[in-house]
Design a protein around this ligand. Structure first.
Ligand code: ASP
Ligand code: MG
Length: 404
């Protein structure tokens, strides 16, 4: 007998038939004698439509009321799954985040979990129940409902597994695990058996949308080993865990492609202290997330400053940039969307040489121009034209022989 936390995402509970499919799987584990805590997301599309509804009623709805509204998505699923399990003769009880003892800070719509007091969860487990917990939500110390940011059910599952000291945490989704590249772009991409937290974090924040990045950070901090696998078959998935020595033998774990980027260059910026500080503070105040930044060596007292942002932020960013160009006396600026970021990730990069050379050669041979480069200890990213992104991903994947 083991103690399992399982999380089922929105597509896995997307309609009544799928909820019954999850119930069947949970019933099997229950029959095998396991202690089970099941975390569920809202049915796919529900959170989006609740957010849309709030905007229609009042575009400036307060974050507190938005949380009261969107948390109902998960509350529907816990009840429906409990009902489906009852139909199979399995004792099950549903709990909201607050009932499960999840206490967060006061930052509505992206709250952090402060602590979990799982007294009720244990009581129900001890009386033989499967406990179903609503993902994505908790309550703050004043008793107000909070939510944990988009994709936050992953965080609920990881945090629950840590607090309950469960043996295993399984994240069920609509893909078989984490792949060496997006299989829709690279047909011979391979499922990764084992990956370190840091590699998973890089891939998660680089557009491989398998897991919420915050939940991976939490897992790393509390050393929660977990597996990402599919709720539609019984294939083994990908295990995410602490690094061990043999993991470095593999040079690269995967290639990711982030689309929908935009590139801005400010030309002829006066080369003096405070200019970059002023520009990026103004962008931050406007809520624009800046990704890669490159400043050229200055000539004649001026320099060029190039950075990338999300394409969706470009319209708002233009206003800020125009004001900053005027304010600093920069010559002009250019902005273009249709930009993509390709990254290669792997802890093996620390001990293997020549990764950058192989990457750049593969792109050169395919005639793909690199516009910007940035590196970290376990990652190299290049900015390219978005339209060349899929081909670039395939050639790089081939160059590192990552495929099947
Ligand atoms: N339902 C929430 C969302 O769509 C949380 C989740 O699915 O993990 O973001
Ligand atoms: Mg989700």
């Amino acid at each position: 007998m083991s103690f399992l936390v399982q999380k089922y995402g929105g597509t896995s509970v997307g309609n009544p038939e799928r909820i019954r499919n999850v119930a069947n799987r949970v019933a099997e584990s229950h029959k095998a004698g396991h202690r089970l805590v099941i975390v569920v997301s809202a049915m796919s599309g529900v959170t989006d439509s609740l957010i849309k509804l709030a905007k229609e009623v009042n575009p400036e709805a307060t974050a507190r009321e938005v949380d009261v509204l969107v948390s109902t998505g998960e509350q529907q699923t816990i009840a429906l799954l409990a009902m489906a399990l009852h139909g199979l003769g399995v004792p099950a009880v549903s709990l909201t985040g607050a009932q499960a003892g999840i206490v967060t800070d006061r930052i509505h719509t992206k709250a952090k979990i402060l602590n979990i007091t799982p007294k009720k969860v244990f009581e129900h487990l001890d009386s033989g129940h499967v406990v179903i917990v609503a993902g994505f939500q908790g309550q703050n110390e004043d008793g107000h409902i909070t939510t944990l940011g988009r994709g936050g059910s992953d965080l609920t599952a990881i945090a629950m597994a840590a607090a309950l000291k469960a043996d295993t945490c399984e994240i069920y989704t609509d893909v078989d695990g984490v792949y060496t590249a997006d299989p829709r772009i690279v047909p011979n991409a391979k499922k990764i058996q084992e990956i370190s937290y840091d590699e998973m974090l890089e891939l998660a924040s680089l557009g491989a949308k398998v897991m919420q990045a915050r939940s991976v950070e939490f897992a790393k901090k509390f050393k929660v080993k977990f597996e990402v696998r599919s709720s539609f078959n019984h294939n083994p998935g990908t295990v995410i865990r602490e690094e061990h020595a043999a993991m470095e033998d593999v040079v690269l774990r995967g290639v990711s492609l982030e689309k929908n980027q935009a590139k801005v260059t400010i030309i002829g910026v006066p080369d003096k202290p405070g200019v970059a500080a002023g520009l990026f503070s103004a962008l931050a105040e406007a809520g624009t997330n800046v990704d890669m930044i490159v400043q050229n060596v200055s000539q004649d007292g001026t320099t060029d400053l190039t950075f990338t942002i999300n394409k969706d932020d470009l319209t708002a960013a233009r206003k800020v940039i125009e004001a900053q160009v005027a304010h600093t006396g920069a010559r002009s600026y250019t902005a273009q969307d249709g930009i993509g970021k390709l990254s290669v990730v792997g802890i093996g990069m620390r001990s293997h040489t020549g990764v950058a050379a192989t990457l750049f050669q593969a792109l050169a041979q395919a005639g793909i121009n690199i516009q910007m480069i940035s590196t970290s200890e376990i990652k190299i990213s290049v900015i390219i034209n978005e339209s060349e992104g899929p081909r670039a991903t395939q050639v790089v994947h081939d160059a590192f022989k990552l495929g099947t």
